[in-house]
Structure formats: structure tokens, C-alpha cells
Design a protein around this ligand. Sequence first.
Ligand code: AMP
Length: 395
Amino acid sequence: MKTLSQKDFTNKRAVIRVDFNVPLDENFKVTDNTRIIAAKETIELVLKGGGSCVLISHLGRPKGKDAQFSLSHILEEVKQVLNVPVEFCDDCVGPEAEKVTGDLKPGSVILMENLRYYSEETAGDIGFAAQLSKLGDCYINDAFGTAHRAHASTTIIAKFFKDEKYFGKLLEKEVTAIKKVMETGEKPVLAILGGAKVSSKITIIENMLDKIDHLIIGGGMVYTFVKAMGGSVGQSICEDEFCDYALELIEKAKAKGVQIHLPTDVIIADDFSNDANKRPCDVYKIPEDWQGLDAGPETLKQFESVVLESKTILWNGPLGVFEFSSFATGTITLGEHISKSTANGAFSLVGGGDSVAAVKQFGFESKMSYISTGGGAMLESLEGKTLPGIAALME
Ligand code: AMP
């Protein structure tokens, strides 16, 4: 892995693929600048090292050139976050783009227009990648959120920078965090998989079984397992067609020496609503008209001891319908336990979609070892896939 610390940037123009695909409000103001902040370290390193930065990114899913998706909307926010002047170029390829980037002085930053104004970007077009490569002397990929896509700017462009391609700081941190869980994690290693459906987590579960000692299953996935083992799940979310698979998985886990932990009690509700009537219930005995929407108190105690004795923890997916405050207790309590275990020295990685949102919403952000910035890219990493954007940097 070629990292930025190995590079002298004096008088070099770095083409940096960032992920500035940020949310905008109706007045085109940035409502969450996390992704811009995440790229700051890399940009600052290049500038301090005597180089200049050509920032390339996509924003949304425009069909052709559409001013609604212009990166000019985020220019002010980028300037504020980076706290340096930033120029804007209203194209990302072509003679004008090559001229302005060719004239860049050390210490300057330029933000290029939306890569996805060109369909060649997502098509991974080699000619388009060649054009992008003319914008600088070296290439840095710092866009973990798109590293699972073989797009021109995330993967194909790397071919044009044989020895001059680098992991950005964010990408380096993401890859290191995944490695700490999947390869070099201190034992016992625990994976907590929650969320709605078993079917969307099969590949992750299968891949993780070879790497972990404990598996906590939570959220809506629980009921497919419980039904498979003969329990009554009432109206709880359940994928009948995956019951056989759930039993198979329990056997596989046993064979591999992985301990599976399922809830013993859950909070049931008489409706899928925040205002529903609710009560704790044995997970195997849910009445016909009720459904399980959160983990119960007994379960949380049992999960606490597993979390506290683990040295490496991966958390993907909430323990309940945390979007409803009435059913957020399980997810919050689990967040508290992981925070405590992390403070005691465990390494905790939160990755992939909704658990990241929950961790942010409930204020655990600074208490986890690492929170991934990439939803799909993190999921594919947990599934054991090699991300094309990362492979391209290693070739
Ligand atoms: P995922 O994207 O697979 O991680 O699923 C996250 C979603 O699972 C969240 O929106 C939760 O509301 C939902 N979820 C968690 N527990 C349950 C449950 N017991 N019943 C229905 N949905 C659930």
C-alpha cells in the first residue's frame, strides 16, 4: 500500500478523487459536510508538502450537464472547511480544464465540475480516464464511498499513474480498520449483525464466520432464526424462505467454533408505530397480532457481557427499529456497551448504513474506534470482496 507519507509533493499537482457527494437543501446549501471534513487531512498533507490539489468528485446522479448537480454549489463550504482559497473549474476534462490545472501554483486548490456530467465516468471509459489523468502528475484516491465502483475516476485512471498513485488518508484509515477486524483483530472477535433482513446479510455472515469467535444476531433478522427453530413470531418481520438457511448457518457456526447469540426476550408492539402498545416478551412466544421491534432487557444484559469480553468488535445494523424512539433502547444500550468496551481497550468498527446513522444520532461518534464513511463499499469489504478502487492502487 503506497501511502502519502512516502511521497514528496514539491511542485507536484495531485489529482485527488474525493467523495464530495454531500446532501444539499432546496437552496443548494450543504446540510452535512462530514465528507468534506473527511478529505481535509489528505488535502492539507499535499499542500504542506509543497504541492497543489485538483479535486475531482461526483455529486448526485445527473443525466448529462445539469446545473442542479453542479459542484459550484458546494464551493463555499469546501473553502470554509479547508480554510484556504479554492478555485472552481466548470469542467472536469478538456482543454480548459487542462489549462487551468496546468497553471496551478504550489499551495493552491481547484475543485473541478461534476464527473458524472459525463456518462463515461460511470461506464469506466478508458478515454475519459486518460483525459482526467492529464490534470496532474500523481493520483490520490481518497473516496472510500465509491471505491467499490470501477468508474473512470475511481479505478481506471490509476492505469495512467504507474508509480504515482496513492492511498489518501481516509482510504488508508478505512482499509486499516477493516483489516483490524478481518485479519489482524485481537481475539475474541465479535460481529454484531442487526438490521432488517437475513437475505441482505448472507454474504457478510458467511464471510465473517471464518474470522470471528462470537456472532450477535439482532434486529429484524432474529425472527427468521426464531421461526426456523420452532418459535412463534406473530407479525414480526420474517423471511420464511430463509428459515432453512438460518438453520444451516447455525450448524456452520457450530462447526467453525463460532458462538451465536440470539435474543431471549424482545420488546413487542401491537402495531408498527412509535405509539403502539408495547411490552417485553419471550422471543419464542410472540402472540399472533404482535411483532418484535426491539431487543428486551434480559437480552441486553446477555449481550453486554459478550461485548465487554470482546477485544475486536464489528457492528453492522441496529438492534431494533431505532427510528421510533419507543424502540431505540436496544440500539442505544448496545452503543453504550460498545463504547465501554472500547474505552477498556477493544477495537470497535461501525460500518455499513443504518448503524452508522444510529451511532451519530445517539452521540456515540467519538466513543467508537472507527466509523466507516462508506455504506456500500464497507458492506462489500465485509463480504470479502476486493474493491476495484483499492485493487487499482495496488497493481
Ligand atoms: P439494514 O439496512 O439491513 O441494516 O436495516 C436497518 C433497518 O432495520 C432499520 O431501518 C431498522 O428500523 C430495521 N429494523 C431493525 N429491527 C427491526 C425489527 N425488529 N423489525 C423491523 N425492522 C427492523
